[in-house]
Design a protein around this ligand. Sequence first.
Ligand code: 16G
Ligand code: MG
Length: 556
Amino acid sequence: MPETIFLNFVDMDLGAITKYSALHAKPNGLILQYGTAGFRTKAEHLDHVMFRMGLLAVLRSKQTKSTIGVMVTASHNPEEDNGVKLVDPLGEMLAPSWEEHATCLANAEEQDMQRVLIDISEKEAVNLQQDAFVVIGRDTRPSSEKLSQSVIDGVTVLGGQFHDYGLLTTPQLHYMVYCRNTGGRYGKATIEGYYQKLSKAFVELTKQASCSGDEYRSLKVDCANGIGALKLREMEHYFSQGLSVQLFNDGSKGKLNHLCGADFVKSHQKPPQGMEIKSNERCCSFDGDADRIVYYYHDADGHFHLIDGDKIATLISSFLKELLVEIGESLNIGVVQTAYANGSSTRYLEEVMKVPVYCTKTGVKHLHHKAQEFDIGVYFEANGHGTALFSTAVEMKIKQSAEQLEDKKRKAAKMLENIIDLFNQAAGDAISDMLVIEAILALKGLTVQQWDALYTDLPNRQLKVQVADRRVISTTNAERQAVTPPGLQEAINDLVKKYKLSRAFVRPSGTEDVVRVYAEADSQESADHLAHEVSLAVFQLAGGIGERPQPGKTFE
Ligand code: 16G
Ligand code: MG
């Protein structure tokens, strides 16, 4: 080992690490994976993971010479669960090679801790003398406070500095990281900074709306009994001129994510408990850490209508395209979806809106990455997680146009400028998306039904299948085709042929030990049948365990 590196490891107080690590001991035999959105499991199994992620955040911070974020949350999972994820310098998800280090470190036995830390430092050429700074946020789970303290223990033992923001939504933590690493250009790294930036853009934007009728300006929000309620309540008075929000499932009574929240509403296709909905009232749901949003309403006949991430992406990209046409800028705009996007949304975007659509694997990091390739990249998962990204060049061009162009064009450029400020470009953000959507509806004078009527969703069904080892399923073509086990894709192809406007795919979940099945077709009955038949094919060909899939299941 070269001498300099050796000296560096002396800087890392290995004795202290061993001592403190023993206070956050790993339960025997527990193996966890840094999955699609970090580690997630029962809260009581996570103390050692938190401590170790504190350590890892310090190494990542030293390596990137930037502030790194650590968020303690399990998003839409049940209240008893918890989780942790690291946020990279530009508010992005942790780089893939570091996900592997995270898994390695989380699963290391006590006696191997020092070796693993040294290995990571060597592989990543971490200069241990570099300063480190870590910011920490947590959701409202009862376990989160103690677990974030374990993160802090890890940060401190490696000599890192930290700022604990306490309770934050996940996207707010991404925002803080982004602000801190861009010298304040993006915004102020405080909760007031976040409220002020977004509210100012929202209020300026909605001032330009000609219709100011009350029906456009009030919204019911289901906060999943989570952090979104606290933050929206704090923020409300900053934008009250533009919108009045009525909060439900604000955590004062119910359990986090229990029978409410964006995930519940989307997967059960029904309204949350605890919210009274009159016909045609605009409603939305956040998930437990407020990075997802879906809208919905009841029509005059009492039928429930869901407006998911696909329709949100459609509204946003159409509006952005209109503004660009008005300004006379030919910037390239692209929409990024996953295999779960409803076929009707893809068709509408491509054929009616003439916007190019791209498909990536599930998980925000994949969509975010693809969206960065465009001047303006709008990405949304059907489950309501998404945002719009604007390249720096676009932002500068728009700001100039807002100063120079003549009247009508200037107005459009001003709007676009405000929209750029309103989107959280560090992460999909329920609060920010909600304000963008509300502003667009007000500016266009659209009711929720008119928005919904842009296109009709194809009926679809999602199911899950238990198998002995879900890794036997591998996929290609952005998860739309199964490569293994042999014969599975052929079986799916044959089943799909039996129905009209049909499509189906299977993929191993990144967050649960199951295989997910998705099917869509021209009628709900056909989508249900197809999903069931594909489930049976998975059960037979991919090592199903437990009970055979039964027909007639109505939700995953
Ligand atoms: C995580 C992802 C979400 C994805 C979901 C899929 C992030 C921040 N979150 O929650 O984007 O839709 O996993 O779950 O990336 P699955 O793999 O179990 O279907
Ligand atoms: Mg979430």
